[in-house]
Design a protein around this ligand. Structure first.
Ligand code: HPA
Ligand code: ZN
Length: 321
C-alpha cells in the first residue's frame, strides 16, 4: 500500500463515518428495524444525485445512534481507520442538532464522541479536536440555543462549523451565532462554495469571519475572490471523492483541485463523509494522485497545508511537520 506524508484531516463529519455494517450492528443493539435487507442493500443505495439526496439518507441512517456507547463506537471505528490512512491529526465535526431533533440529549452525543477523542492520541496516534457544526437549513435561533447549551455544559469543542443544505441558506443568516462563538473563544469554520455560489464564500469570510472554508471549490468562478484567498492563505478543505459522488463535479478528471493548487490556493485533501463517498483520506489521496499524476512534491504540499491550517498547538504541529 502506498504511504503518504503525515496529514491532518480537517473536513470530516463523524456521522458520515457510519459504515453500513455498523449501522446494522447498532440497529440490532437498539432493537431498531431498518428498511433495508442488509448492509449490502443499504450500501447499494449510496448513489446520490446531489447534496440533498445524500443528506436525506445521512440523516435517516444516524437514527441508529441512540446511546453514548453508539457514538463512542462510531468514533473509535473512524479513528482506527484514519490512523491506517496516515491521518495524524483530525478535526472532527459533529451535528448536534441532527440528534437533538430526534430526541437524543446533547450530553449523549457530546460525551459519546469526546470520551473516545480524549484517548485517541495515546490509542491511535491521532490527535483530535472537536467542532460543533450547525445545520444551515434550520433556524439560526435554534443554532444559537444549542451553542449556548454547549457553552453552558463546557463541551470540549475547539470551534463551530456550518453544514447541511447550502443553496438558499447563505452564511449571513448565522452572523449572531458566529459572533457569540468568537466571543467565547471558539474557532470558526464554515462550508461554502460546495453547491452554493462564490458570494457565499465571501459572506463566510466577511460576515462569519470564518478562518477556514470547507469545500470552497466554486471560488474559481470569481477571479477577485481567488486572488484574495491566495493572498490571505485562507485554507480550503477540499473533498474530491465527495464532490464526485454528489455531482458537484462531473468526474475526478474534471475536479478543479489541480487548478486550485496551481493557482496557489491553500488546499488540503479530506474525506468529508467517507462511509458514503467511497473512501477515507488515503483513498482520496490515492485517487487524486493517480488521476492528476501527482508525485511526492504535490502530496507534500497538500499534507503540509493540512497541518499548517489545523487548530493544533504548536508543539504537536512541529512534531508532525
Ligand atoms: N456538505 C454539507 N453538509 C454536510 C456534508 C457536506 O458535504 N456532509 C455532512 N453534512
Ligand atoms: Zn462537509
Amino acid at each position: 500500500m502506498q504511504s503518504f506524508p503525515p496529514c491532518a484531516e480537517l473536513h470530516l463529519h463523524i456521522e458520515g463515518t457510519l459504515e453500513p455494517d455498523l449501522v446494522f450492528e447498532l440497529a440490532a443493539r437498539n432493537r431498531i428495524t431498518l428498511p433495508y435487507a442488509d448492509a449490502a442493500d443499504l450500501a447499494a443505495r449510496y448513489a446520490f444525485t446531489d447534496l440533498q439526496s445524500f443528506l436525506d439518507l445521512y440523516y435517516a441512517t444516524m437514527d441508529v445512534l441512540r446511546t453514548e456507547a453508539d457514538f463512542a463506537d462510531m468514533t473509535r471505528a473512524y479513528l482506527r481507520r484514519a490512523a491506517a490512512a496516515g491521518v495524524r491529526h483530525a478535526e472532527i465535526m459533529m451535528d448536534p442538532q441532527a440528534h437533538l431533533i430526534r430526541g437524543i440529549p446533547l450530553a449523549t452525543c457530546v460525551n459519546g464522541v469526546s470520551s473516545v477523542l480524549a484517548t485517541s492520541e495515546a490509542e491511535f496516534g491521532v490527535s483530535t479536536l472537536l467542532i460543533a457544526a450547525f445545520l444551515r437549513d434550520r433556524p439560526a435561533a435554534e443554532a444559537l440555543d444549542v451553542l449556548r447549551d454547549l457553552l453552558d455544559m463546557k463541551a470540549p469543542i475547539v470551534g463551530i462549523g456550518l453544514d447541511s443544505a447550502e443553496v438558499g441558506y447563505p452564511p449571513s443568516l448565522f452572523a449572531e451565532v458566529y459572533d457569540v462563538a468568537r466571543s467565547a473563544g471558539l474557532r470558526c469554520v464554515a462550508h461554502a462554495g460546495e453547491e452554493g455560489p462564490p458570494s457565499y464564500i465571501r459572506e463566510a469570510l466577511d460576515v462569519l469571519r470564518a478562518e477556514r472554508i470547507d469545500h470552497g471549490i466554486r471560488c474559481l468562478e470569481d477571479e477577485a475572490l481567488v486572488e484574495r484567498l491566495v493572498a490571505d492563505r485562507v485554507p480550503l478543505t477540499v473533498c474530491p471523492l465527495s464532490n464526485v459522488r454528489l455531482g458537484a463535479v462531473d468526474d475526478l478528471p474534471a475536479h478543479p483541485l489541480p487548478v486550485m493548487l496551481a493557482r496557489g490556493l491553500n488546499v488540503s485533501v479530506n474525506s468529508d463523509d467517507p462511509a458514503y463517498f467511497g473512501g477515507y483520506l488515503d483513498d482520496n489521496l490515492m485517487a487524486v494522485g493517480e488521476t492528476f499524476g501527482w508525485g511526492a512534491a504535490e502530496l507534500a504540499i497538500v499534507a503540509g497545508n493540512s497541518l499548517r491550517s489545523a487548530f493544533l498547538d504548536d508543539a504537536r504541529r512541529s512534531l508532525l511537520l
